[in-house]
Design a protein around this ligand. Sequence first.
Ligand code: HEC
Length: 189
Amino acid sequence: MWSKFDRNGGLFIAAALGFFFIGGLITTVEPPLLDKSWATPLAGLKDYATLAKSGDTGAQQIMQGRSIYVREGCWYCHTQQTRTIEADTIRSGWRDVRSPVSTPDEFVYDKPHMFGTRRVGPDLSRVGGKYDRQWHVTHFRDPRSLVPGSVMPPFPWIVNDPQELDALIAYVQSLGRAKEWRPAHDYEQ
Ligand code: HEC
């Protein structure tokens, strides 16, 4: 009976699509239905988009920074997810402190999410508070002055626009804040 699949291309494709569909249901549709924590925001998570609409100037600045992050294509080179592998928690961590793994309840308000696709540069899911403002200013102006050999391009047009610079830094400093794991090791609150 199974040899039919070997000889019948149409049947094979239909079966492959069927299994793909079932796989999609099991891995993406079913989990949030069974585990409500996926769609429940973390206690410390801020809905900056809604806060910005309600007139919160700090949140407005962060949302402007986010749109600059999208506009400049930072997400082509940077992901925003600390995966469950040890190397990720060390890289996203702080000296000897390992960072927590990213969970869906951290991205509830993230529309669209900024998971990214490639890691040309390091993951930024826990970068908020890692460096101080001056570091970011210098880094955006000329990444190689801080990290020799860096392939991150300089962004002088952002550094020369005080409003955009403040917004982008506010956004970067807001990343990964919902899980408080580095209170004693924070450059900028
Ligand atoms: C062409 C790829 C590329 C693009 C585009 C890019 N970066 Fe980077 N970025 C890198 C690389 C590579 C590094 C690691 C070397 C370094 O620190 O310069 C890095 C490092 C960083 C770091 C330090 C991370 C850490 O943990 O040390 C931050 C913050 C950062 N980038 C933010 C940004 C922002 C914001 C943008 C958009 C305005 C951006 N990057 C665009 C490649 C890129």
